[in-house]
Design a protein around this ligand. Structure first.
Ligand SMILES: NC(=O)c1ccc[n+]([C@@H]2O[C@H](COP(=O)([O-])OP(=O)(O)OC[C@H]3O[C@@H](n4cnc5c(N)ncnc54)[C@H](OP(=O)(O)O)[C@@H]3O)[C@@H](O)[C@H]2O)c1
Length: 299
């Protein structure tokens, strides 16, 4: 029975992964995160782990001997990475190196979670073979993480796009909870209409990662997978309008704006989104559309 160790289990993606793997009797699941356990999933052992602490990572992996490590922990906020490059380097690059080296030492396979921000956004939607060209420090740090991952003998990289899902009990919000919360309070919000994405329902991403893990465990070729919501591309502003319509909230509170007028520290790639044909063909990946994700979320 393969043991799967997941880093960043208290995060939006990490928690969804714990839930998905815990349902599968063929795996033993170990959750790890920087802060104390927020998941409290029965049957899942939790260990507090700072991936920037090289010795701690090596010792924990050496004690637990997982067959697969899914590395989800990261500084995931692009603006934090842009304004605190030292922290971004430490977690997203050195932390990934610590995880990769500890995997090598025990012969574990590694699956790294990466992002559409490795692309410049000039020519989305993207397929796996397209050349990365990040325009933000976050995107660059994640691309470095991909390169580190590819130094293992057995690796997998899953890139994803704008994930939305259940954030109850977590430290963070996501786009759906932010828009819904603001409109419910009658607050005006500004939302960019020049960024297009294929937003990803968190349980769909978890399913795609489970399938990519099966591929890795089966000893098939090392692969990059694009796992996101389906095409067509949708602008972030249109996502906000769909959220307002779905929850019967006042869409006139949403002001469309251009990205440049937001003056955010990190540049965002204008048009990303993914072409999913590889994952559809090999992983039987069939994601749901944004509107169906809202229905399933039932916030
Ligand atoms: N969310 C998206 O839209 C999106 C899109 C593309 C790619 N991704 C990628 O998906 C992965 C997961 O993202 P997410 O949305 O789940 O992010 P998140 O909610 O911000 O969670 C990140 C997790 O990383 C953990 N972490 C931070 N520093 C750490 C450290 N030094 N040691 C160990 N753990 C640490 C945090 O732990 P604690 O909470 O315990 O402090 C947190 O739970 C990331 O690699 C991100 O780049 C996310």
């Amino acid at each position: 029975m393969p043991t799967i160790l997941i880093t960043g289990s208290n995060g939006l993606v990490g928690r969804e992964l714990i839930r998905a793997f815990d349902k599968l009797p063929q795996y033993t699941v170990i959750a790890t995160s920087l802060s104390p356990d927020k998941i409290m999933q029965p049957d899942v052992a939790f260990h507090q782990l700072d991936v920037t602490n090289r010795k701690e990572v090596a010792e924990l992996f050496g004690d637990l001997l997982p067959q697969v490590v899914i590395h989800s922990a990261a500084i995931s906020a692009p603006d934090t990475c842009e304004t605190d490059k030292a922290l971004c380097n430490k977690v997203n690059i050195e932390g990934t190196k610590n995880v990769a080296d500890a995997c090598k030492a025990i012969g574990a396979k590694m699956l790294f979670i990466s992002t559409d921000f490795v692309f410049d956004g000039d020519a989305g939607p993207y397929k796996e073979e397209d050349a990365p060209s990040p325009i933000s420090y976050y995107g660059w740090s994640k691309l470095e993480g991909e390169k580190i991952t590819q130094t293992l003998d057995n690796w997998s990289i899953v890139r994803t796009v704008l994930v939305y899902g259940d954030t109850v009990g977590l430290n963070r919000s996501n786009f759906v909870t932010w828009v819904k919360g603001a409109l419910e309070k009658g607050e005006k919000i500004k939302v960019v209409n020049d960024q297009q994405r294929t937003p990803t329902y968190a349980p769909d991403l978890a399913y795609g990662i489970v399938k990519a893990t099966e591929w890795l465990v089966a000893g098939k070729a090392n692969e990059i997978w694009h796992i996101s919501g389906p095409e067509p591309l949708i602008s972030v502003y249109d996502m906000a309008l769909q959220i307002a319509a779905y929850y019967n909230l006042d869409s006139t509170l949403i002001e469309p704006i251009a990205s440049a007028s937001l003056n955010q520290p990190a540049k965002r790639p204008p048009v990303t989104g993914f072409i999913l044909s590889k994952a559809e063909k090999h992983l039987n990946y069939k994601p749901i559309e944004f509107i169906n994700g809202l229905e399933k979320l039932a916030l």
